[in-house]
Design a protein around this ligand. Sequence first.
Ligand SMILES: Cc1cc2nc3c(=O)[nH]c(=O)nc-3n(C[C@H](O)[C@H](O)[C@H](O)COP(=O)(O)OP(=O)(O)OC[C@H]3O[C@@H](n4cnc5c(N)ncnc54)[C@H](O)[C@@H]3O)c2cc1C
Length: 503
Amino acid sequence: MDFDVVIIGSGVGGGAVALSLMPTGARILLIERGPRLPREPQNRDAEAVFVEKRYRSTETWFDGRGQPFRPGQYYFVGGHTKFYGTAMFRFRERDFEAVEHEEGVSPAWPIRYSDLEPYYAQAERLFGVRGRAGDDPTEPPRSGPYPHAPVPHEPISADLAARMQALGLHPSMMPAAIDFGDGGRCERCGTCDAFPCLIDAKNDAETCLVNPALRQPNVTLWTESLVSRLLTDETGKRVVAAQVTRKGNAQSELVHAPLFVLAAGAINSSVLLQRSATSRHPHGLANSSGVVGRHYMNHNCTAFLTIDARRVNETRFPKTISINDFYFGGTASRHPLGNLQLLGKIQEPMLRGPMSWAPRPVRAWIARHSIDWYVMSEDLPHPESTVRPRGEDSIEMRWYRTNMRAHRRWVDTTRRLLRDAGLGIVLSRPFGEDTPSHQCGTARFGTDPATSALDPYCKAWDHDNLYVVDASFFPSSAALNPALTVAAQALRVGEHLRGIVRQ
Ligand SMILES: Cc1cc2nc3c(=O)[nH]c(=O)nc-3n(C[C@H](O)[C@H](O)[C@H](O)COP(=O)(O)OP(=O)(O)OC[C@H]3O[C@@H](n4cnc5c(N)ncnc54)[C@H](O)[C@@H]3O)c2cc1C
């Protein structure tokens, strides 16, 4: 089976490259291990999504202590954006430079913010991002306004934003990729962050990238098709085929192409490269530097449940406030602390695990009154933070925790800040290792082949025709949600590849 371009993974990275290359007329094959996510009543059911974990992968992975766990991975067309919270941030200008943190240095990227700015703008248009420039003191320069006005605050959030402003803070409208407003599909159903959208009102990689790319006949999507290995020619310089097992077929098949784009997500891409080891590449493809599968990063995250006992929180789309006053430390620290943003609305079934000690009516009362926050700080790259294949079909993930002092400081600062804003704290809970939602860094790009796997256009230094465009390429994780940055770089790479594909 021959194509001009094979793209592995239909998330943000793979979808953006497919859409970029679609106008070239090249025969593009997008290979996705998962199916289309079914639109069904359970999409909005917290019991199904959080208690039964209906959509989570059933894989068993292992942590650094050899303990098994079921990872918070989601394999569907559109990848993890089917479940994302639609927060579409640009990284800050300084995130692209070396920044000193409390426990180490966040390394510089091989490109600057200005290199990515036009592609951030393009990504915002494709995802229909809603936002308002000018409120956030850390905001990077923009070539134009947001494509759409922000999702307005609902009453409780408007009141909170005003209280925070009175404290001297700069709450800004969270940029959100949602089909909202006049003629928009969003019904403010109250389930968004970590839920799939029943009515496609969430602007995700499936609806904004993959489906538009498939409107042209030169783009083909294979679902339920798992790539288990990449094969090289005898020189080892070129990838010649992907080994694919399609649902219902006992035998795998080889798909050949002159160009391969790997976008299976930061963890799976690095594992696939390692599983493709040969005698010429004993540590895996693209890995003469040894960095593939190293420097795994997520974010240091804590969820905060706060209560204003006087009123029921009826907010339907809570993700409208973001605070970056302490992103680089501000008045609270010499070193960066991170971002604070509202989280999707907590429901009673989501509290069953963390508050199993509380009777159900208490949990239900808390869920009705709670205002929920996401406290995020930067995870620094560490060479011993690794992702490795384990046996035929499992993964070992050793997440070496970094920069936790800064995270605890940010959690304490947030606690004070929320109290000053009149809220009582009910629960604060760190996100665990089994939730690699913001995974990145496992095949970093750079300018030196000795210390990076990919060049600044995400081409593998070791192979002439292999690009890796998911969140693997991040040399640092910043402290903001990653999807828009994955999209922007993939669009930049897509434009670069258009020149190559046309030759
Ligand atoms: C609950 C949740 C909430 C989030 N909220 C936000 C948010 O609000 N804002 C934000 O910016 N980010 C958010 N994120 C993170 C964001 O979704 C990811 O950063 C982004 O989707 C990563 O895109 P990607 O292209 O790197 O990889 P992925 O989305 O992981 O895409 C990889 C694709 O490759 C497929 N695949 C994997 N292995 C193979 C294989 N061997 N063969 C074939 N196909 C394969 C997968 O099924 C998947 O479709 C959230 C994530 C989660 C889980």
